[in-house]
Ligand binder design. Structure first.
Ligand code: AMP
Ligand code: MG
Length: 496
């Protein structure tokens, strides 16, 4: 080790949560990692956060990302929360293997949390070891960055550090720490923790904090807490409509994994669907299919109902009246979702206007895709070829042509109602229908090579490809293709 220590990276922390939200966390320290190595560093994100990438991409930065050094101005803490997990309520979860280092104000003036995940045990660890394995850390890094590039609100990854330690799951695995950046780590489960304990004033303080941080525009509303619920519902509806438009399956939509900000969080057993089917489930623990692709909008609404319940005492002293008003609001969620979903799908189909039959048009396509075993991502992408005059690439994705041909005819008639030059339309479609998503077999390949051989090149290549998902590039055809049909369905495992 060097005898003189280099200047430590500066974050300029401004920690509103630790200042204002007493009772919602425990101040805590990370466990030091034995031999940290910085495997991945997100220079573009560091710049967006107003940080110095050179100072961070260093030994001093590595020590911070490993939890070995507390950066100046940080106030590390573990947050408390509860949550419905697969429908059953756990009254006390909390950050069992994560620590919020603090908050920074980014280049756009937005407040962002910087959190270590996998940094050791906390008072909320229960029987867990507080650690994370390298595979799941890299998976969260990769999918989060892909989602960001696809225009989906998401937490992001600033760094991934290998700890040099072994963590034990079913087998011994290399350990790692992820540095995660988010709009905040407030979850539906954060509200549930205090509501379940009858701590109404703490729920109010949380709601006031969340409004100030995420939805300041609702603070002037007649009833700010109702307006807050609607704002969260809208953000979640936007989010889930984006997931659905990309064939993304989160896999663990527990209320502790649902943010108040509307960002996707906690990439565990998530995956993108290949062949189209609403029943698609990848997670090995989701045996009932609760979080299947087609159930996601309904689960989102269910989770929002759990948030609404926590707000009952804030809405009115008359409980019956509060329940009535909140129920009415929760009942509007499916329509809000449908509005966002149809708007997203119209863009995918190259439609520039709205017609009453569009929902039916979309449903007919999805049915044909399901029946024809068509790849979700490529079907939408290849529709732009059809606009340019060649329907063969999209037809080739279907096992039989009757369904898709009938649909193409109907779609062409509908396109004729929207006056737009074919090439312009095709280009607009190519901007919303990605050619590259993190294909399951490519993700597995990249993680296996990083974990088993210590070789990060496949990961780096894949990260590069999915970071520019809509621009088709030479030499990358392989990344666009679904994996070889496995005899066993693809399964993902929780990142624990
Ligand atoms: P997750 O499945 O990552 O959303 O985590 C659900 C809950 O389990 C959270 O309270 C986590 O902090 C906790 N948890 C998950 N893995 C571990 C672990 N290895 N050690 C301690 N707590 C964990
Ligand atoms: Mg979680």
């Amino acid at each position: 080790m060097d005898t003189h220590s280099p200047a430590l990276p500066q974050f300029g922390f401004d920690n509103s949560f630790s200042r204002q939200m007493e009772g919602c966390f425990v101040a805590w320290q990370a466990e030091a990692a034995q031999a940290p190595v910085l495997l991945q560093f997100n220079k573009a994100l560091a710049e967006e956060l107003g940080l110095d990438p050179v100072a961070l991409n260093s030994e001093a930065g590595t020590a911070i990302f490993a939890g070995n050094q507390v950066p100046e101005g940080a106030a590390p803490l573990a947050q408390v929360y509860a949550g419905h997990q697969f429908g059953g309520f756990s009254p006390k979860l909390g950050d069992g293997r994560a620590l919020l280092l603090g908050e920074v104000i980014d280049r756009h003036g937005k407040r962002r949390d910087i959190q270590l995940k996998g940094s050791g045990r906390t008072p909320f660890s229960r029987s867990g070891d507080g650690k994370a394995a390298l595979g799941p850390v890299l998976r969260e890094y990769l999918i989060g960055e892909a989602m960001h590039a696809l225009g989906v609100p998401t937490t992001r990854a600033l760094a991934a550090v290998a700890t040099g330690e072994t963590v034990y799951r079913e087998i011994p695995l290399p350990g790692a720490v992820l540095t995660r950046v988010s709009a905040s780590h407030l979850r539906v489960g954060t509200f549930q923790y205090f509501a379940a304990r009858g701590e109404v004033e703490q729920v109010r303080a949380l709601a006031d904090y969340a409004i100030e941080r995420h939805y300041p525009e609702v603070s002037g509303a007649e009833n700010p807490y109702l307006a807050f619920l609607l704002a969260v519902a809208n953000a979640q509806a936007v989010l889930v409509s984006k997931w659905m438009s990309l064939g993304f399956i989160h896999g663990v939509m527990n209320t502790d994994n649902m943010t108040i900000s509307g960002e996707t969080i906690d990439y565990g057993p998530c995956a993108f669907m290949d062949a189209t089917s609403p029943q698609t489930v990848f997670s090995s623990i989701d045996t009932q299919g609760r979080y299947a692709y087609g159930n996601q909008p309904a689960v989102m609404a269910w989770n929002l109902a759990r948030l609404a319940e926590t707000l009952i005492p804030l809405v009115s002293d008359d409980k019956d009246q509060a329940v009535e008003i909140l129920t009415e609001m929760v009942n509007t969620v499916p329509d809000t979702y449908e509005e966002h979903a149809i708007a997203a799908t119209r863009a995918k189909l190259g439609l520039t206007s709205a017609a009453p039959d569009d929902v039916e048009l979309v449903n007919e396509l999805l049915a044909a895709m399901e029946q024809g075993g068509a790849d979700f991502t490529l079907t939408f992408r290849r529709l732009s070829d059809a606009v340019r005059g060649d329907a063969v690439p999209v037809q080739n994705l279907f096992s039989g042509l009757t369904g898709i041909n009938a649909w193409l005819e109907r779609w062409r008639a509908r396109l004729a109602q929207d006056d737009l030059a074919p090439e312009t339309r095709a280009q607009q479609m190519d901007q919303v229908n990605p050619i590259y998503i993190p294909r399951n077999h490519k993700v597995e390949e990249a993680l296996a090579s990083a974990v088993e051989d210590g070789d990060m090149s496949a990961f780096t290549n894949l990260l590069g490809v999915v970071s520019d998902p809509c621009r088709e590039a030479d030499g990358q055809q392989d990344y666009a293709m679904p994996g070889p049909q496995a005899s066993v369905p693809y399964q993902t495992f929780c990142g624990t």
